[in-house]
Design a protein around this ligand. Structure first.
Ligand code: ATP
Ligand code: MG
Length: 394
């Protein structure tokens, strides 16, 4: 049996003159992602793109899974391709729709006849196919107004297509059409969710992670690399920057007031992220901060962190509850990795009583009382880059 996937574009369809470049980006992303699964042709007409496998033994469930995670696709439809002969169509339709029909109680048939030379007219196709379906699945009833499943038979010039309707796509706009941002990626639950949310808005991500060996282990870093890999089906390849942060944290511990440790550390993280971002022509930062979640995320703390930033900081989970964030983390399958118990550099040297209402002038004065510049420079120079791709193993 041959299958294809028909794509329905979402917001792209309303992008006016830019539509073509959005569509190009979407198809490019799909091509890149499907390469591992075989050879495909992409037929584009009006607002639909059809993905057609060129090999016989394609794992179509894997193809569907890939496609369902590509931003820019509002909905998609998996269809069977059959020879244009009614008996053949009817025969092959029954096993193809079996799964969809198992949980349905009502159905209708919808016929579209683009090839006007086909010997049966649309109402005839509907009536005849409806009868065959009732015979094959006696538990079903016809309901033309509000059916559980609509079986569509499309007679086109080359072939006939049969499908049971659209499935929801990933939505959003194609990754790469909104510029690039640098994600501050910890091993926690929130920042991978922030990554997913901004990629959905078309942003191409790089990720930066701070490590403090020997206080943090190599396993902790690998955990974050695995999180990156989990994000690639949604975000594409990720340039992963790993920053050696131990010395900065030690200097900070030895030279600044304990209760300001976390807030100054976060400002230094932002500084390093910005320097690398500027070098790579990346124009914004992303974090997984959510107001009030922990001491470093009170309004006052965010004001002090933000004051250290020259570029916009996107915080897509800022107004979300932890339960809402976890729901997305489960959906994108990062949750189980995020809860693995490895230490993060943020938990090294954490003060017992961090200031929840830091005053910016005080924070700046404390930070300026020590010359961090040589350490920042060293950390930037010694940052390691690794590109994480879908299917990478650690
Ligand atoms: P998360 O679940 O994303 O770890 P969190 O609730 O644990 O967030 P914090 O530890 O205060 O909160 O971190 C807030 C944000 O700072 C994170 O969402 C992330 O963007 C960034 N961050 C924290 N630790 C690191 C790190 N080691 N490397 C890179 N970014 C980090
Ligand atoms: Mg964290």
């Amino acid at each position: 049996m041959k299958e294809i996937i028909l794509l329905k574009e979402g917001e792209i369809a309303i992008k006016g003159l830019n539509k073509r470049s959005f569509e190009d980006a979407m198809v490019r992303n799909i091509r890149r992602r499907l390469k591992r699964l075989g050879n495909f042709a992409y037929d584009r007409s009006q607002s639909t793109v059809a993905i057609r496998p060129l090999d016989d033994d394609v794992d179509f469930d894997a193809v569907e899974d890939c496609v369902s995670k590509i931003f820019g696709i509002a909905a998609y439809c998996r269809a069977m391709v059959v020879e244009k002969d009614f008996e053949t169509i009817a025969k092959q339709t029954m096993p193809y729709i079996e799964e969809a029909m198992e949980n349905a109680r009502t159905f209708k048939v919808n016929a579209k006849r683009a090839d006007k030379h086909f010997p049966m007219k649309s109402p005839e196709i509907c009536a005849e196919m409806g009868g065959r379906i009732l015979e094959a699945f006696p538990h079903l009833e016809v309901d033309v107004n509000n059916p559980d499943v609509t079986v569509t038979v499309e007679i086109r010039q080359d072939h006939a297509y049969v499908h049971t309707g659209n499935r929801k796509g990933a939505g959003g706009i194609p990754v790469g059409t909104s510029g690039q941002a640098m994600l501050l990626l910890s091993g926690g639950i929130d920042s991978p969710v922030a990554a997913y949310m901004m990629a959905k808005r078309g942003i191409k991500l790089s990720a930066i992670h701070y490590v403090s060996p020997p206080y943090t282990s190599d396993r902790a870093r690998q955990k974050v690399e695995r999180l990156c890999e989990k994000l690639t089906p949604w975000c594409g390849d990720i340039a992963f920057y790993c920053v050696p942060f131990t010395e900065i944290q030690e200097k900070l511990r030895d030279n600044c007031p304990e209760e300001l440790f976390t807030i100054i550390m976060r400002r230094l993280m932002m500084e390093i992220a910005q320097r690398i971002a500027e070098e790579k022509e990346i124009s914004a930062l992303i974090t997984g901060e959510s107001v009030g979640q922990v001491a470093s995320q009170t309004m006052g703390a965010i004001v002090c962190t933000d004051a250290a930033c020259r570029m916009p900081v996107f915080r897509p989970v800022i107004g979300m509850d932890k339960t809402e964030i976890i729901e997305i983390a489960r959906k994108i399958d990062t949750f189980d990795i995020s809860i693995e118990p490895y230490e993060d550099c943020c938990t090294v040297f954490t003060p017992k009583h961090p200031k929840t209402r830091p005053v910016l002038a005080e924070v700046e004065a404390a930070q300026n009382s020590f010359d961090f510049e040589p350490y920042i420079k060293w950390a930037v120079e010694n940052t390691e880059l690794k590109v994480i791709r879908c299917g990478d193993e650690f």
